[in-house]
Design a protein around this ligand. Structure first.
Ligand code: X8Z
Ligand code: ZN
Length: 581
């Protein structure tokens, strides 16, 4: 843009531009969302083709708008207009280069990668297993040979993604550079209402708050797993082989609870058994989760949610089973897509997804540019925050148990929650540490897999169970890599949900241990939460935080408070053990 043009634009031009962008996004967004929905629900050559065309069209549009927004950079505008212009420039996940062919190539790769993951299977001869089936083995088997086969089997889906991924990185970086960012990672880090260079420092600060607790948990778990599997399987470097933790990516360790639980664990509630006992199917689980949100004062889900969502895995076709929440028309056509298993894990995930849907609906009267989370960590945290209120008292309130167990010893309950939430934290951090390094070239294509395992070693103290090479592409076996969903949002969400839970419990007037607090039916807590949901992205996230937590900072002290008794217990257990790796 030359100076002459810059000087001639006015606030009225900026307003006209914003109107045009908003109208286009409303119209084209719905079209693109319907195509993406069909692609994810029916993976075929044709829907992949349509999906690619649609990404191409939207990608072209958003890059054009982002570049056009630059011409208003030097204009004196209201905060609100400036914020919307910044959102136009900053809310792309992958920016296409300003070139028709490269845009089409990038779109094609994106649609293909997503489909490769969604239709991925591990086949021996013509016996094939889906991710769901392999995950069940990982969760249930305690035989390390069976575990290893399932672990390795799922990782046969990703080597074919490698070349495509490499090319995608090149193209997306070119697009990010066209927009003035150093690379795609720098573009991602710029979306947090703070200087992009400060964001990683902020992450380090939060991680350092949680790390001592994680280290204690890792040490205890690996000791107990060594008791069970022996040193031959575990090795003696202090790291845990990734196939033994009950989850395909070792990101949630709930599956090893029985091996690591305290001898005197107190009473724990087997939610999966409870759901079975009361005949909960996918629909009933979802209705129950909806009931939690409405108990806080939110409006019930629209009828179309029930008609159009996908709740169970279809037998006759490939679908992207990774759970997601959709907002098709950016108003009321909200949907969930999930292959629900009738167990505790998916009961929590349903709350997670509905958190997205209720958020989407709460901000649907704002500018389309503000119809998103205060930051992406907020969006991921809402449903999880609600799910932290799934306590024994809550089960009594909804009639699933008769008596609330005494709270004199809740070590087992806390251990279960730590295996679910604390085990996740370093994983939540490292996925984008990998991607940021891939985008800025610190990890070259020849080191994609080695770089991945270095980070898993460093942050999680988790290692590959067998030798991996650059013929593998293990990051591609995690949905968000081929799906191109940034991951730092989940790290943030795991901190934020405890911070939000503590504040909402305070608003509810709850006195007692945080892990026993449920905000079910509490309108004071609901009011606080709804205020934040309704803001969408209209204000910097720090304002939303202030409305909720009376503070402008993210803070992990609530995590520490919540798990304090468990930390004491873990440190006693770990005495005399050689911790660390
Ligand atoms: O991807 C998700 C949600 C959809 S936004 C199901 N989660 C991350 C994952 O599964 O890896 C939720 C927790 C982390
Ligand atoms: Zn989510």
């Amino acid at each position: 843009m030359n100076d002459v043009n810059k000087k001639t634009v006015t606030a009225a031009d900026a307003q006209a531009f914003l109107d045009r962008v908003e109208n286009t996004y409303i119209k084209e967004g719905e079209y693109a969302a319907r195509i993406a929905w069909v692609q994810a629900n029916f993976i075929t050559d044709d829907t992949i083709w349509l999906g690619a065309k649609s990404i191409e069209k939207m990608g072209g549009l958003s890059v054009k708008f982002a570049n056009e927004a630059k011409k208003f950079d030097d204009l004196n505008l209201s905060d609100d207009m400036r914020r919307r212009l910044n959102l136009i420039k900053g809310s792309l996940t992958l920016a296409a280069p300003d070139d028709v062919e490269k845009n089409a190539e990038l779109a094609q790769i994106m649609a293909n990668l997503e489909a490769m993951y969604g239709s991925g299977k591990y086949c021996v001869d013509d016996q094939c297993q889906t991710l769901g089936e392999l995950s069940r083995t990982i969760a249930e088997s305690k035989d390390h040979h069976a575990l290893l086969e399932a672990w390795q089997g799922w990782r046969t889906v990703s080597p074919d993604m490698r070349d495509k991924y490499q090319r995608m990185v090149e193209l997306a970086n070119e697009g990010a550079q066209d927009l003035g960012y150093d690379d795609t990672g720098a573009m991602w880090r710029a979306g947090y209402d703070m200087p992009a260079s400060e964001f990683p420092v902020e992450l380090d600060r939060l991680w350092s708050q949680v790390k001592p607790l994680y280290d204690s948990l890792q040490c205890h778990v690996r000791t107990k797993l060594t008791d069970h599997y022996g040193r031959d399987v575990m090795g003696s470097d202090g790291m845990i082989p990734a196939h033994l933790l009950g989850n395909m990516w070792a990101q949630d360790w709930t599956g090893v609870y029985d091996l690591v639980k305290p001898e005197d664990a107190g009473t724990t509630i087997d939610v999966t058994a409870l759901l079975a006992k009361h005949d909960y199917d996918a629909k009933k689980m979802t209705e129950t989760a909806e009931g939690f949100f409405t108990s806080l004062g939110l409006p019930p889900l629209p009828e179309t949610f029930w008609q159009r969502s996908l709740f169970t895995k279809p037998q006759d076709r490939d679908v992207v089973c990774h759970a997601s929440a959709w907002n098709i028309d950016n108003v009321d056509d909200i949907r969930m897509k999930m292959c629900i298993k009738e167990d505790y894990e998916d009961f929590v995930t349903i709350h997670h997804e509905l958190g997205h849907n209720f958020y989407q609906r709460a901000y649907n009267d704002k500018s389309i540019l503000y119809r998103t989370g205060a930051n992406d960590g907020f969006h991921e945290a809402i449903g999880d925050t609600v799910a932290l209120s799934i306590t024994p008292q809550y089960f009594k309130d909804i009639g699933l148990i008769d008596e609330v167990p005494a709270s004199s010893n809740d070590l087992g309950m806390l251990m279960q929650k730590a295996l679910e939430k604390i085990a996740f934290v370093p994983f939540g951090l490292l996925v984008d540490q990998w991607r940021w390094k891939v985008f800025n070239g610190e990890i070259s294509p020849a080191e994609y897999n080695a770089g991945w395992w270095q980070l898993r070693n460093k942050y999680q103290g988790v290692k590959a169970p067998i030798q991996r090479t650059e013929n593998d592409f293990d990051p591609g076996a995690k949905y968000h890599i081929p799906g191109n969903t940034p991951y730092t949002r989940y790290f943030l969400a795991h901190i934020l949900q405890f911070q939000f839970h503590r504040e909402l419990c305070k608003a509810a007037g709850f006195k007692g241990d945080l892990h026993r607090c449920s905000i079910y039916n509490n309108k004071a807590a609901g009011e606080k939460l709804i205020k934040v949901l309704e803001m969408g992205a209209q204000r910097p996230w720090q304002d939303a935080m202030e409305a909720l937590a009376n503070s402008r900072e993210m803070d992990a002290t609530a995590v520490i408070d919540y798990f304090a008794p468990l930390k004491v217990w873990l440190d006693e257990q770990n005495q005399g053990r050689d911790c660390g790796w």
